[in-house]
Design a protein around this ligand. Structure first.
Ligand SMILES: Cc1ncc(COP(=O)(O)O)c(C=O)c1O
Length: 386
């Protein structure tokens, strides 16, 4: 049975929001850059946060906030994977979790494999952890992208100590296959390396693609893997600061337990409250409606580009609400986004920030109303026809 798509909030309301998406540019610009979405919160999240405000529940996160049990139950319902709650810890956000795990599993100057084009903070985060980025770009096989396992093996053989995985991948929306992830796990085990898997986009995997949690991809993954995730992207909770760090062996769980206490204290209480409500079964129907809306938009974008920007190259993402579009044929320079913002009034994410693979590219956030997406692409189409 198909689920009705969730309706985005009207623009007049969205423009009253005070977040980065809505306050970086004036009202003449359609913002489609940062990964915030335009939908109403899941009702269970609104209720939980409203109650917390009513009773002034604004203190510190408690020592046992319950998010371990909630995330384990969610993982089982959505992906048939049951991580052991005893091996789930929490922190302020996904990138905080990633940097602290990387700091724990590498020594200063160690090399960490990053697979561009990729979420730009990955580059900085590796450096923040004291390590050095080793680039092994995704392989582009025309229909889609995949991990370059021979390239990663060469990097590991030459001494790289860890792989920072984006699973599913931002910005291409690639859902890595179980085979590919299992191959990665075996390589990491063979070379004594670790895999830090950022799984923030996982709930947004579109059928028939199937998300494989890295820790569940192969028996070897348990010994080498650390998964970091949050409800923040799917449920638009980025301002509330909460993420979980998941492990699947005694040794890796001990590494996470040995992180400084502060790592857990950084989880905000509102973040915990909102993530727990997101992971509860009560929010599943909302998520299904969101997926229906995003499914329509990722296809609508293909139609709009064919009509208004026929030289653009776009492959419909298998996960998420971010679209990776090559507009190099229009001659708008290496980084087309600033020109498009100035001339067409549409703010897109800058392709080259994702790596040199992003030259001539933009990333478009389609987590909005179909009318807003249509208006944005029409505006850029008029620029192309000038
Ligand atoms: C792959 C990926 N990881 C992490 C983040 C940011 O997550 P957080 O705010 O929890 O650090 C994003 C945000 O878009 C993302 O796309």
């Amino acid at each position: 049975m198909s689920v009705p798509p969730l309706q985005a909030l009207p623009l007049e309301l969205l423009r009253q929001r005070s977040s980065t998406k809505w306050k970086s540019y004036g009202d003449d610009v359609i913002p489609m850059f940062v990964a915030e979405t335009d939908f109403p919160l899941a009702p269970a999240i609104t209720a939980a946060l409203t109650r917390a405000v009513e009773i002034g529940d604004t203190g510190y996160t408690p020592p046992r906030p319950g998010i371990d049990l909630d995330f384990a139950a969610y993982a089982e319902r959505r992906w048939g994977w049951r991580p052991d709650p005893a091996r789930i810890r929490w922190t302020g956000d996904v990138m905080m979790g990633v940097v602290e795990v990387l700091r724990a599993v590498t020594r200063p100057g160690d090399r960490v494999v990053v697979t561009p084009p990729v979420y730009p903070p990955f580059f900085d985060t590796v450096e923040e952890a004291g390590a050095v980025v080793e680039l092994v770009p995704l392989l582009d096989h025309g229909d889609g992208w995949e991990l370059d396992l021979p390239g990663i093996e060469a990097a590991l053989a030459a001494g790289a100590r860890s792989i920072l995985l984006c699973n599913p991948h931002n910005p291409t929306g690639t859902v890595h296959t179980r085979d590919s992830l299992a191959g990665l796990a075996r390589l990491a085990e063979r070379y004594g390396a670790t895999v830090v898997s950022d799984e923030i986009h996982a709930p947004l995997t579109h059928a028939p693609s199937v998300f494989t949690p890295f820790l569940d991809a192969a028996p070897e993954a348990a010994a080498v893997g650390y998964a970091v995730t949050s409800a923040s992207k799917t449920y638009n909770l980025a301002g509330l600061k909460c993420a979980v760090i998941v492990t699947a062996s005694d040794e890796t769980a001990a590494v996470v337990r040995s992180l400084p206490w502060e790592v857990e204290w950084r989880a905000g209480l509102f973040g915990v409250i909102a993530n727990r409500a997101a992971f509860s079964a009560e929010s599943d129907a909302w998520l299904d409606g969101l997926l229906a809306a995003l499914d329509e938009n990722r296809r609508l974008l293909a139609d709009l580009l064919a009509e208004h920007l026929p030289l653009a190259r776009y492959r419909i993402p298998d996960a998420g609400f971010l679209a990776w579009v090559d507009v190099s044929a229009y001659g708008w320079g290496e980084n087309p986004a600033p020109y498009i913002r100035r001339e067409a009034g549409v703010a897109l994410h800058h392709g080259p920030l994702f790596g040199v693979e992003g030259i001539g590219h933009v990333r478009i956030n389609v987590g909005c109303a179909p009318e807003v997406l249509t208006e944005a692409i029409e505006r850029i189409g008029r620029l192309a026809r000038r």
